[in-house]
Ligand binder design. Structure first.
Ligand code: NDP
Ligand code: MG
Length: 389
């Protein structure tokens, strides 16, 4: 029986992971499930899956969690440290599906125990890619990508030599505002930005898809995970979201990863890797689909893509600044403090201010440095938002 932990179990990726685990209950022993505010779902799944422990990141919700788990054998715990402790419990496989920079520390704990880390939390690679991969190496652990594009690249590279790779293309649906006139974007509302044409995901990543900050993060994620140069990585608009990624080799061949927009494919691939097992996803009828379309992304419409290139070139702690500024700007948009286009303005300004002052490029990427930089960038982002608001 494989011992499994799911970090961010109450979220979109977490629930898809649990769906796969439930289909084959005898194959897995669930060690820990973690969540946030959704205590009811956390307790329900922890009881149904006979988890050893359920953890919420909110200490003030510990009483509610205990009450919801009463009568079961599941332990209750709360707080960021308890999440790290849960991740450090002996397990074979850990799903990293917390949203935001909070996913980094528990993922590192899992890696220190030599676990296989299925990484949906792209923020871990954006803020601290080298630290994450070095930790995995030092402890004989494995990191497997779960982001659909990166899972696609990983699969296209099986049996290939990374030195034969010329370029990596990750696709983007274009999000909610792909076909909007550019001048309308400034007035885009939260409800409009929160609906994705193809994927059913958590709210934050859905808005990040509309602003293309999600793709910006994924460009950085590609550089960090596959160790390629920024100029080898491209984003391509593909409205159907059926081709997730393409790998171009020196001989001119392009290997594409094609599949339905269902995260259970990438999650299931990481769950069963290195084997492939049947998964409950729709099989594509290509004759019915008829055609795939593509277009180049417009960096005027989506400044996030340009910012990602600057961050990739700068390296060091600029990814941590970028992510923290983006997270605060997204909070600001969600709470109606700033407009849709202001998100990229805030991120640009925070990066400009902190790069000039801190020499981010040459700083060492440690967990402490990342946490400190993250805190500082959030404060600077709040200042910038006040000026805009
Ligand atoms: P959701 O918002 O649906 O879920 C996030 C999970 O993290 C929930 O369990 C939430 O708890 C928990 N959580 C929120 N804040 C914290 C915190 N500060 N500390 C600990 N736990 C916290 O997100 P998604 O499932 O959509 O995304 C998860 C990650 O996967 C993100 O990094 C995202 O970019 C990435 N990803 C997601 C994809 C998708 O299809 N959804 C595709 C590719 C990548 P609660 O809800 O109980 O408050
Ligand atoms: Mg993705």
């Amino acid at each position: 029986m494989r011992r499994i932990t799911v970090l961010g179990a109450t979220g979109s990726i977490g629930q898809n992971t649990i769906d796969l685990i439930r289909r084959d209950p005898d194959a897995y022993k669930v060690v820990a499930l973690t969540g946030g505010r959704n205590i009811e779902k956390l307790a329900h799944d922890a009881k149904a899956l006979h988890a050893e422990v359920a953890v919420t990141c909110h200490p003030e919700l510990l009483g509610d969690l205990r009450a919801a788990l009463s009568g079961s054998d599941v332990e209750a715990a709360a707080g960021d440290e308890a999440i790290c402790a849960a991740a450090a419990r002996p397990a074979d496989w850990c799903m990293s599906a917390i949203v935001g920079a909070a996913g980094l520390a528990p993922g590192l704990e899992a890696l220190k125990q030599g676990q296989t880390l299925a990484l949906a939390n792209k923020e871990s690679l954006v803020t601290a890619g080298p630290l994450l991969l070095q930790t995995a190496k030092a402890h004989g652990a494995t990191v497997l990508p779960v982001d659909s594009e990166h899972s696609g690249v990983f699969q296209a590279l099986i049996g290939e030599d990374i030195t034969a790779v010329e370029r990596i293309i990750i696709t983007a649906s274009g999000g909610a505002f792909r076909d909007w006139p550019i001048e309308k974007l400034a007035n885009a509302t939260l409800a409009q930005a929160s609906s994705h044409p193809n994927w059913d995901m958590g709210q934050r990543i859905t808005i990040d898809s509309a602003s293309m900050f999600n793709k910006a993060m994924e460009l950085i994620e590609t550089k960090e995970f596959f160790g390629v140069r920024p100029e080898q990585i491209e984003a391509l608009i593909h409205p159907e979201s059926l081709i997730h990624a393409l790998v171009g080799f020196h001989d001119g061949a392009l290997m594409a990863h094609v599949g339905p927009p269902d995260m259970r494919h990438a999650i299931g691939f990481a769950l069963h890797w290195p084997a492939r097992k049947p998964l409950p996803v729709t099989r594509l009828d290509l004759a019915k689909i008829g055609q795939f379309s593509f277009r180049a992304p417009d960096e005027h419409r989506w400044p996030a893509l340009r910012i990602a290139r600057e961050v990739m070139e700068a390296g060091g702690l600029s990814g941590a600044v970028f992510n923290a500024a983006k997270e605060r700007a997204l909070d600001g948009f969600i709470h109606g403090e700033i407009g849709f286009n202001d998100m990229s303005v805030v991120v640009d300004r925070v990066l400009a201010k902190m790069s000039a002052k801190n020499g981010l490029q040459n700083a060492e990427i440690t967990l402490d440095n990342v946490a400190m930089t993250d805190r500082e960038a959030r404060v600077v982002a709040d200042e910038m938002m006040q000026r805009l608001g």
